[in-house]
Ligand binder design. Structure first.
Ligand SMILES: O=c1ccn([C@@H]2O[C@H](COP(=O)(O)OP(=O)(O)O[C@H]3O[C@H](CO)[C@@H](O)[C@H](O)[C@H]3O)[C@@H](O)[C@H]2O)c(=O)[nH]1
Ligand SMILES: O=P(O)(O)OC[C@H]1O[C@](O)(CO)[C@@H](O)[C@@H]1O
Length: 709
């Protein structure tokens, strides 16, 4: 089997992960690396790839700029470039993900074979995985690791406003991406039942029957109790001794990224307000690795500031340690150091989707107190190695820790339970076996892809297009164009036929498009992408692309969609039959209202209907198949005809055309464009022409030296 995993953010390499270095390099990074190593060790897996982002940035190791890196025999990291090369935090990757989807299709085509499935990890990979899955007809697996709706819920509960959360975390983009990934996935892999029943259940596109619970593992070679009777930890004694007056006291240990969701200040407040804990123990906080707090991300700075303020307020000096960093080798030793001193591990997160650190503590013989929100509920019910607490209640958190510290019998029982549980329930090899058997069933059921992946013509394909392709929309680019510009455009195209082909992108049907083009005295198009992407045909006879029709029809239920739209009849007017299509249900919006569009999307999601909602020119509202939009149609034609996306130039001017300007194709925005397109000025491969309509197209062709590509 050939498996492809998508893990896009943070710093990912084969060895010596920099866990905790920033908010994006943590549990998911470790989970993906351990999963892929375990899969590569399975006999029927010949190749596993982890596709991640190519980073060239002096601020991080050059390891992340290597295009390929072997993890172990059969497992490889493939780094693809998308967006700028410098290291970006995950919230800034959204504008560049369409480019990655195009690069990934190219990577798979170069390999010449589809992976058995793509497994996307987190919302960003879920977005890319969904696009590539439907474009190449490859099954998609999805694991959210941390879900936007959960994070939104808990951050709102702490009093943050939706606007603040949106600004910091691009939360609506993330949640839309998670819904898209869930709509496209045929299997959702979660770590606990609680995730499926409570966390994913908040998503309209989630179907519980598509979820499978496969507990992650923990590397028992790295995480284990102290092996000799009285091990010494000189390096930790030195490191922590500089903070602690009595380093032998039982430590209360927290270990997480310095992220608001991890709620570390609450633990400091609980410790500081407990006369008993302050008398008996020390507080040890490992909050990622840092060099200079002043240069850390804003969120990390806020966390550190709150911690330091609380340490000072409670005057915890001499009994709290917050080392700047620990190497990946020292982390397992820190758990053992804490266990040897009869300590307690605490996970105070506002919500913890799963919690790999709980397994690490259990494997080290360290009892724990964990948040009762999220995966820890399932973990503790299995491991029986600690206590749950409502971490939004400082007294409850404090009491739970007090009940564990200084209770040697209970401590010993929990330590022993944890050690036994991880041996039996949390192994990556067991995970890999169960994962493959679930996946194999899925692939067996998956209807084998119809469109040929190779770049040869699909069956029934008669057209043969040139090596470069210009797409114009009829309305914005040509309809009002003056005769000279149309003549000039026509001459330019004519002079470079047949290498240059001409395509039409329009919302109307093929017949109407043909008439409009003839009225402009332009030659028939070589390719017609009509009805907003749901109808593709070729040449003057408009030979329909039947492979495209077959590709988009899956799951389309026009009647059910019309019923669902009935509740919006006061604000929608059905367009006339001439504007409708087999796979296009079109309305006029009575007055642009984006909250209405969001409500329509929500209604379609809640009724489990498989359609995308596209608003063009502020009033034309189209319901289309998921796979049927213009971006996918453009890529379908390119793939079938063997045209590089960089040899495609798309002219755009209307509201709603942003979707055809994303990714690798070249874009030219005409001077007569809708103001909504101004937000694309920073986007790569989008050129803003100074002249309108056909003159602007000619400008775009010159700007890109299009005819010499
Ligand atoms: O300074 C640090 C901080 C963390 N870690 C390691 O980073 C990982 C953190 O994993 P986890 O505790 O699971 O938290 P997250 O980083 O938030 O991971 C996300 O993804 C994980 C895998 O799906 C889930 O278990 C979590 O709930 C989810 O929040 C663990 O191996 C830690 O040992 C370090 O090595 N050093
Ligand atoms: O807190 P958030 O925004 O949900 O992100 C969780 C982060 O933790 C990680 O585990 C770090 O690897 C990733 O899942 C993600 O970058």
């Amino acid at each position: 089997m050939y498996l492809l995993h998508l893990h896009l953010h943070g710093l990912f390499r084969a060895r010596n992960l920099e866990l905790g270095r920033d908010a994006d390099t943590g549990g998911q990074t470790l989970y993906v690396l351990e999963l892929v190593k375990a899969l590569a060790g399975q006999e029927d897996v010949e190749r596993v790839e982890v596709v991640t982002r190519l980073i060239e940035d002096r601020r991080v190791s050059s390891d992340y700029s290597r295009r390929e890196e072997t993890i172990c025999p059969g497992a490889q990291i493939v780094r693809l470039p998308f967006g700028p090369r410098r290291y970006l935090r995950k919230e800034l990757l959204w504008p560049h993900l369409d480019e990655l989807a195009d690069e990934l299709v190219r990577h798979i085509c170069r390999r010449g074979r589809r992976p058995h499935w793509i497994h996307a990890h987190y919302a960003d990979a879920g977005y890319v995985g969904a696009l590539v899955s439907r474009r190449l007809e490859i099954p998609l697996l999805f694991t959210g690791h941390s879900l936007g709706r959960e994070k939104l819920r808990r951050l709102l509960a702490t009093g943050q406003t939706r606007a603040q959360i949106e600004k910091t975390y691009a939360m609506s983009l993330r949640i839309d991406a998670e819904e898209l990934a869930l709509a496209q996935s045929c299997l959702v892999v979660t770590s606990t039942r609680q995730e499926a029943t409570d966390q994913y259940a908040r998503y309209g596109r989630f179907h519980p029957e598509l979820a499978t619970v496969i507990a992650p593992g923990v590397d028992l070679e790295r995480f284990h109790p102290a092996r000799d009777s009285d091990p010494s930890f000189p390096e930790l004694d030195d490191l922590l001794g500089q903070f602690l007056r009595q380093p032998q006291r039982p430590p209360i240990l927290a270990l997480s990224r310095a992220d608001r969701r991890k709620n570390i200040p609450a633990l400091v407040a609980a410790f500081g307000s407990s006369e008993r804990l302050r008398r008996q123990g020390n507080l040890i906080l490992l909050m990622g690795s840092r060099r200079d707090i002043r240069k850390a991300d804003r969120e990390q700075r806020e966390v550190f500031q709150q911690v330091l303020e609380l340490v000072d307020y409670h005057n915890l000096y001499g009994q709290v340690a917050y080392p700047k960093q620990l190497s990946s080798d020292q982390v397992p030793r820190l758990y053992r150091w804490a266990a040897q001193r009869g300590g307690v591990f605490v996970n105070p997160a506002l919500t913890e989707p799963f919690g790999l650190t709980l397994l690490e503590a259990a494997a080290s013989g360290l009892p724990l107190v964990a948040t009762d929100d999220g995966g820890p509920r399932d973990i503790l019910s299995r491991c029986r190695n600690g206590l749950l607490a409502d971490v939004t209640n400082i007294d409850q958190l404090r009491t739970a820790i007090e009940r564990l510290l200084g209770q040697p019998k209970r401590w010993q029982t929990f330590a022993q339970n944890g050690l036994e549980a991880v041996q039996h329930h949390y192994s990556w090899v067991a995970h890999a076996r169960r994962y493959l058997s679930q996946g194999a069933d899925l692939v067996k059921d998956y209807s084998l892809p119809r469109s040929a992946l190779t770049l040869a013509k699909a069956p029934g394909m008669t057209a043969r297009l040139g090596r470069r392709l210009l797409y114009c929309d009829l309305d914005g680019a040509l309809a009002e164009a003056d005769q000279d510009s149309l003549q000039a455009l026509n001459n330019r195209l004519h002079a470079t036929r047949p290498q240059t082909s001409f395509g039409v992108l329009t919302g109307v049907g093929p017949q109407q498009a043909k008439e409009q083009l003839a009225a402009l005295e332009l030659p028939p198009a070589d390719v017609w992408i009509c009805r907003n992407g749901t109808d593709v045909s070729y040449g003057p006879d408009q030979d329909q692309d039947l492979a495209w029709r077959d590709h988009i029809r899956e799951g389309w239920d026009r009647a059910a969609l019309e019923n669902a739209m009935a509740e919006f009849q006061d604000c929608l007017t059905l367009q006339p039959p001439s504007q409708q299509g087999d796979y296009k249900l079109s309305y006029w919006l009575n007055g642009e209202d984006l909250s209405l569009v969001a409500a329509i999307r929500q209604a379609i999601r809640e009724q489990g209907l498989r359609a995308q909602v596209v608003l063009v020119d502020h009033v034309f509202l189209d319901l289309l198949p998921f796979a049927g939009g213009r971006p996918d149609a453009i890529r379908h034609v390119a793939l079938q005809q063997g045209i590089l996306l960089e040899h495609i130039l798309v002219a755009a001017s209307q509201h709603g055309d942003g979707e055809v300007l994303r990714g690798l194709p070249l874009g030219v925005v005409l001077a007569n464009h809708d103001p909504s397109l101004d937000e694309l000025r920073q986007q790569r491969s989008v050129f803003f022409a100074r002249r309108p309509q056909a003159w602007g197209i000619l400008e775009g062709m010159d700007h890109y030296r299009f005819l010499s590509r």
